[in-house]
Design a protein around this ligand. Structure first.
Ligand code: DUC
Ligand code: ZN
Ligand code: ZN
Length: 484
């Protein structure tokens, strides 16, 4: 019988027997012996040490814990804050099989290291899975240039820049070029949010003047061609800086084409997409609940969905993340969360003006179950590609491998026992996000995590939560992550 809360550093042993192990490279039958927080041995018919708990994974799949490198917990936006914090978001992640998440640190006028320190004060006591930080660079000058090299010592080995959000988050092309060069020098990876800020600002102003207020205008004022152009521009800047680059939340088919072109020309461009860009279109923004799908970049077309799927399947895109940044659909109505009523202002703030809808969607817990049913079971990707996209590749690219992202002796015992036959109708009642809606309401799923271990500690068993705030550890990531 499991304890009410997992112990943070259990020195007990665990033997997972008879499972089918899936890694990015292979699928095989083996047992896994966990000693304390680490995988000690993998092999056939291992013998349980005297004090080991033995778990029979017969008929189940055993995979490395998921790694989501794109989340926004407690992100202030549009007069409110994203509704999952580092505890509730981590809990939601864990129920979906994810055991490591990397969030973004906002830059203010303080030194970068002070921003990171402030993020620790917020996240460390809450963290329930392991976590890391990316540093946003939204203002660039000589002082910031001098500070970028200090980031790896703080365990932060990636920065994010924006080609959109003029006057707020955007850097000029010249500044992005300089960040890319500095990042390369210090072994950091530059992540880019690629849209055309100038076009967006123009179209938004025109739409408001014309009285267009509905959520679909969020998408109509952020044209696909801006994302395509900004993706090629990003790749070209990376080529000129001789630096690797990683494009976040790819959402347009043409972006995949640009990444394929750049990679074919030897440019070190890597890219992620997120499940919402594989399934939804601007039509979702047109219904009475269209604000649920307002995020940036926006939903596009069915042709874009299809091209992104082929980009995942053929390896042009390496990572499936989420951009998890939830808001309530109606933050005036409380929900019950861990027995308490919670209401956080959300999408209703933008009723009557699409520019005031907080941008973002829930997804951190949906990612793996949705991709399993609609990616693996539907035959679009293999189980090994699933592990590569959701765990191994992000761990490698972001300097956490092989501690995270695989099953091998010496790795952290972040392990998911996955029941490939579990059937359920998914939705807000099942997902564990702290919000009042789910994008996949009513979707039929086949395959779901049964047990989730974080460094050998059982944190999820079916519908039961054993995690606790503060048990997640900051991952001090390596500089010079892998370039895939
Ligand atoms: N996009 C969103 O929709 N929300 C948070 C940040 C981002 O990039
Ligand atoms: Zn972004
Ligand atoms: Zn984001």
């Amino acid at each position: 019988m499991a304890e009410p809360f997992a112990k943070e550093t259990s020195m007990s042993n665990l033997l997972i027997k008879n499972g089918t192990l899936i890694t990015a490279a292979e699928t095989f039958q083996a047992d896994i012996l966990v000693e304390g927080e680490k995988i000690a041995q993998i092999g056939p018919e291992l013998t349980a040490p005297a004090n080991a708990e033995v778990v029979d994974a017969g008929g189940k799949l055993v995979m490395p814990g998921g790694v989501d490198v794109h989340t926004h917990f407690s992100l202030p936006m549009a007069g409110t804050i994203s509704s999952d914090d580092h505890y509730t978001g981590h809990k939601g992640a864990a129920f979906g099989g994810t055991t490591t998440a990397i969030d973004f640190v906002s830059q203010d006028t303080s030194p970068l290291l002070a921003n990171i320190e402030a993020a620790h004060v917020n996240a460390d006591p809450k963290a329930a899975i392991d976590f890391g930080f990316h540093m946003n660079i939204t203002h660039f000058d000589d002082q910031v240039a001098a500070e970028i090299g200090q980031l790896p010592a703080a365990g932060v080995t990636s920065v994010k820049v924006f080609t959109a959000y003029n006057g707020r988050l955007r850097l000029s092309d010249g500044e992005i070029f300089k960040v890319l060069r500095l990042a390369r020098q210090h072994g950091l990876l530059t992540m880019v949010h690629a849209e055309n800020g100038d076009v967006i600002e123009t179209l938004v102003a025109e739409a408001l003047t014309a009285g267009h207020t509905a959520p679909e205008w969020h998408s109509l004022t952020r044209p696909s061609w801006g994302a395509v152009e900004a993706t090629l521009r990003t790749a070209a800047l990376a080529a000129q800086a001789e630096a690797p680059v990683y494009i976040v939340h790819m959402n347009v088919g043409g972006e995949v084409d640009q990444v394929a072109y750049a990679r074919a020309h030897g440019i070190q461009v890597m890219a992620e997409t997120c499940p919402q860009y594989l399934f939804f279109t601007i039509d979702n923004l047109r219904g009475p609940d269209g604000a649920k799908w307002v995020c940036s970049p926006p939903m596009r077309s069915a042709a874009d969905n299809a091209r992104l799927w082929t980009g995942i399947a053929d390896g042009t895109l390496q990572v499936m993340a989420t951009d998890h940044c939830p808001f309530f659909f109606d933050g005036r109505k409380p929900i019950l969360y861990e027995g308490k009523e919670v209401a956080i202002p959300g999408k209703e703030l933008g009723n009557g003006n699409f520019t005031l809808v907080p941008n973002g969607l829930p997804g951190v817990g949906d990612r793996m179950p949705i991709l399993w049913t609609y990616g693996v079971r539907s035959g679009r990707i293999t189980p090994n590609q699933f592990v590569a996209l959701t765990s191994t590749n992000p761990a490698r690219i972001f300097g956490m491998y092989p501690r995270k992202g695989t099953l091998m002796p010496g790795a952290d015992a972040d392990i998911v026992i996955w029941d490939p036959e579990r059937r359920l109708k998914y939705g807000v009642a099942h997902a564990q996000h702290r919000t009042d809606y789910n994008l996949y309401e009513g979707w039929e799923l086949v395959g779901y995590p049964e047990r989730v271990y974080l460094r050998g500690n059982l944190i999820v068993e079916n519908e039961t939560w054993y995690g606790k705030p503060g048990m997640g550890r900051f991952i001090h990531r390596k500089a010079f992550g892998d370039i895939l």
